[in-house]
Design a protein around this ligand. Structure first.
Ligand SMILES: NC(=O)c1ccc[n+]([C@@H]2O[C@H](COP(=O)([O-])OP(=O)(O)OC[C@H]3O[C@@H](n4cnc5c(N)ncnc54)[C@H](OP(=O)(O)O)[C@@H]3O)[C@@H](O)[C@H]2O)c1
Length: 162
């Protein structure tokens, strides 16, 4: 499995249920990278999407502990084991963990590649991605050119499990 996230200088990823910043170039990268694939997310992230609706043209899987949870166009699973069962027939290279904080933390051990958009700014945040620079199991494999959105500098990085 792979993971995709946008993280600031402190590995912050969200605040008060929202993204830290919405960058058109990053949205485009996210869309093209996940298009046609399976995306796995937590219930809170699903509900943070526009209209609380799943992402178009992708197989959406949502984790919740609520046994009665339903959402049109979404496959609902209730544990990591149930997620693994749901993915048995899917090529794991085509599965992207898309957040949020709780799900990144729980599923990172099952991932071998991380597409991280690094934002060169410290935002106010209450939700974090695990610090891959400090994790001896991970290495920075590729670091894209500097991109800008107004005065924000960011770049697309790929981390790989060693
Ligand atoms: N920067 C980025 O790339 C990025 C990407 C995505 C999200 N975000 C941000 O991250 C924040 C949301 O993250 P979050 O940590 O609050 O929530 P989350 O990870 O999206 O969802 C957490 C929920 O997932 C369910 N869950 C977690 N572990 C589970 C398990 N083992 N089995 C079954 N269900 C499980 C629970 O749902 P129930 O409560 O229903 O049981 C839990 O409350 C928002 O601010 C969002 O904007 C940022």
């Amino acid at each position: 499995m792979k993971v995709i996230a946008a993280a600031d200088k402190n590995w912050g990823i969200g605040n008060k249920g929202k993204l830290l910043v919405s960058i058109p170039g990053d949205m485009k990268f996210f869309r093209s990278t996940t298009m046609g694939k399976t995306v796995v997310m937590g219930r809170k992230t699903l509900e943070s999407l526009p209209g609380g609706r799943p992402l178009k043209d992708r197989d959406n899987i949502v984790l919740t502990r609520n046994a009665g949870y339903k959402c049109d166009g979404v496959k609902v699973v209730h544990s990591v084991d149930e997620l693994k069962e749901a993915l048995e027939e899917t090529d794991t290279d085509d599965v992207f963990v898309i957040g949020g904080g709780a799900i990144y933390k729980e599923l990172l051990p099952l991932c071998d590649e991380a597409y991280i958009t690094r934002l060169d700014y410290s935002y106010e945040a209450d939700t974090y991605f695990p610090d891959l620079d400090a994790d001896p199991e991970w290495e920075l494999a590729d670091e894209g050119e500097e991109e800008t959105y107004y005065d924000l500098i960011y770049n697309f990085c790929i981390y790989r499990r060693k």
